[in-house]
Design a protein around this ligand. Structure first.
Ligand code: ADP
Ligand code: MG
Length: 339
């Protein structure tokens, strides 16, 4: 049996069913990300696992023990929120020691354990400071230390980086991942940011409207989207109707097909292409956006508008709006997607 398992987990607020029959399994030491748009039920699911929201049906199991109806304290789960939720009148040390004091540990042991996690989250020298004297990133590291000091079986993180600026965010996400790996700590991280999910996770559970619509490694989710929602949420997939797919790529499909903007090439004269590359189609550039290392073109082919990403290798190669080009499609990368 897996380390964490849910069976038919269901949660309602009045008439609003937030999620229904959620099933998943997580192995010990895995880093899982719940990814999905705002309002899809990520926080509610996380809070249900932590025991902060009672569920209306189903079971939660951790390490062969059913915890569905245990109190939050009994579960041995640590949680970090987007808003740091620190005690403003306590120092860094006091905030971190709080959980251990509740457990009535000896003060020498408390001191030792607090010093260890302060070292782990890189807060040495800040022990006597108060939350208002710290930056956002430092406060979030205090919150992380406070969750880690009680040695939780599972760590839950609800958008812990969302309130931080980009540079701190990138640093802290790496730090969280390093600590998690070092401790082999089973972790569920919530975000609505697909890049964050791709970079951090062993596996992603992609949620929409209270359902886990696809679970898989970042690569699986990115390259094999199960349905139109996933294709739209991960990257900038082109979705092409079945009849257009026949016309453009000469493939038969019962459903829409998806192709990534980077799997479409511009034909270069004199170059040989393999069997997996389609016959060329003439297109006209409608628009382009400079994204930095990539130029994203909108190209009209018949009545279809396609997004095509080309590496921005040289400013001389920028294709102007209105110009024509021959597009080639990597047929191995075209896949049917459910509605
Ligand atoms: P997410 O974290 O993915 O943005 P939430 O889990 O916060 O989504 O919310 C999912 C749904 O549950 C929303 O429709 C929200 O309005 C509802 N909801 C969340 N918390 C409560 C609550 N305490 N009372 C009533 N409805 C809630
Ligand atoms: Mg939320």
């Amino acid at each position: 049996m897996s380390y964490v398992t849910t069976k038919n987990l269901t949660k309602r607020f009045g008439d609003n069913t937030v999620f229904e029959n959620i099933q998943f399994s997580i192995e010990q030491g895995e880093f899982i990300t719940l990814l999905g748009p705002s309002g899809c039920g990520k926080s509610t699911l996380l809070r249900s696992l932590a025991g902060l929201n009672p569920v209306d049906g189903g079971e939660i199991w951790v390490s062969n023990e059913e915890i569905t109806h245990q109190t939050p304290q009994q579960r041995g789960i640590g949680m970090v929120f987007q808003s740091y939720a620190l005690f403003p009148n306590m120092t860094v040390e006091g905030n971190i020691a709080f959980g251990l004091k509740m457990k009535k540990l000896a003060s020498t042991e408390i001191q030792r354990e607090v010093a260890k996690v302060i070292d782990l989250v890189d807060l040495k020298g800040k022990e006597k400071q108060y939350p208002h004297e710290l930056s956002g990133g430092q406060r979030q590291r205090v919150a992380l230390a406070r969750a880690l000091v009680v040695k939780p079986r599972i760590l839950l993180l609800d958008e812990p980086l969302s309130a931080l600026d980009a540079k701190i965010r990138k640093h802290l996400r790496q730090q969280i991942r390093d600590i998690q790996k070092e401790m082999n700590l089973t972790t569920i991280f919530v975000t609505h940011d697909q890049e964050e999910a791709m970079i951090m996770s062993d596996r992603i559970f992609l949620m929409n409207k209270g359902q886990i619509v696809q679970a898989g490694t970042p690569e699986e989710i990115y390259t094999q989207p199960a349905d139109e929602f996933v294709a739209g949420f991960m990257g900038h997939y082109n979705l092409v109707d079945a009849d257009k797919a026949k016309q453009l790529f000469n493939i038969d499909s019962q459903s829409k097909v998806a192709i990534r903007p980077e799997s479409i090439y511009v034909k270069e004269a004199g170059r040989q292409y393999g069997q997996h590359i389609s016959a060329p189609q003439t297109g006209t550039i409608k628009n382009h956006q400079l994204l930095g290392n990539v130029i994203r073109y909108q190209v009209a082919v018949d009545e279809c508008e396609l997004t095509v990403d080309l590496l921005n290798r040289s400013s001389e190669r920028l294709l102007t709006n209105g110009s024509q080009l021959e597009l080639l499609f990597n047929l191995n990368e075209i896949q049917p997607v459910r509605a």
